[in-house]
Design a binder for this molecule. Structure first.
Ligand code: AMP
Length: 192
């Protein structure tokens, strides 16, 4: 099962991805998590990444595309995966689609998490207190949401048009367990 998640920061897609990978026994490919792991390397790249991420801006397409290509080629991904936080730009989506074509990777389902931005701000602020993420304060949240609207929303629009049969919009303001149930129902229907 190969799944793509779209949704603004704070829409709960990371939480849903973590639950779903357990249920389906597939891999969670969160570019945000992969980048956060790299921050502890202490090398030049990690310093640059920290600067970009803590400002709420996007890391360069070249870096991200390379990371994803390596991950998707890894044997662990052959069972399936959830792409969470990627593709985030049109250039990343072009890279992904070309890469998928040449490696015969077909996406089964695309979920788009929709949520009111005011609710997102509240959620991220409460998360910042719990997890102490340096990119979770109000100015940075605004930058991250703006980036989502300007840069990533057109990508999800592109997928909604080009993969309309596989594209499902999810009301992300619902309770965690309700969303999880909805995702599983959609996946089951698709397998019939
Ligand atoms: P996330 O946890 O998905 O919200 O990602 C945290 C931060 O990592 C983002 O604000 C970006 O700086 C960076 N990041 C994650 N995924 C991507 C991506 N696909 N393209 C560019 N930057 C990314």
């Amino acid at each position: 099962m190969k799944i793509v998640f779209f949704g603004p920061p704070g829409s709960g897609k990371g939480t849903q991805a973590k639950l779903l990978v357990k249920e389906l026994n597939i891999l969670h490919l969160s570019t945000g998590d992969i980048l956060r792991e790299k921050l502890s390397d202490g090398d030049k790249l990690s310093i640059k990444l920290k600067e970009i991420m803590s400002s709420g801006n996007l890391v360069s397409d070249e870096i991200i595309n390379q990371i994803i290509a390596n991950k998707l080629m890894s044997i662990k991904c052959s069972k399936g995966f959830i792409l969470d936080g990627y593709p985030r730009t049109i250039s990343q989506s072009e890279f992904l689609l070309t890469f998928s074509k040449s490696n015969s990777l077909n996406f089964d389902i695309i979920f788009d998490f929709k949520i009111n931005f005011k609710l997102v701000e509240e959620r991220i602020l409460s998360r910042s207190k719990q997890e102490q993420r340096s990119d979770d304060n109000i100015e940075v949240i605004k930058t991250r949401l703006d980036k989502y609207i300007e840069v990533t929303h057109p990508v999800s629009q592109f997928f909604s048009v080009n993969f309309s049969q596989k594209f499902f919009t999810i009301d992300a303001s619902q309770e965690v367990f309700k969303i999880q149930k909805e995702l599983i129902n959609i996946i089951k229907k698709g397998q019939k």
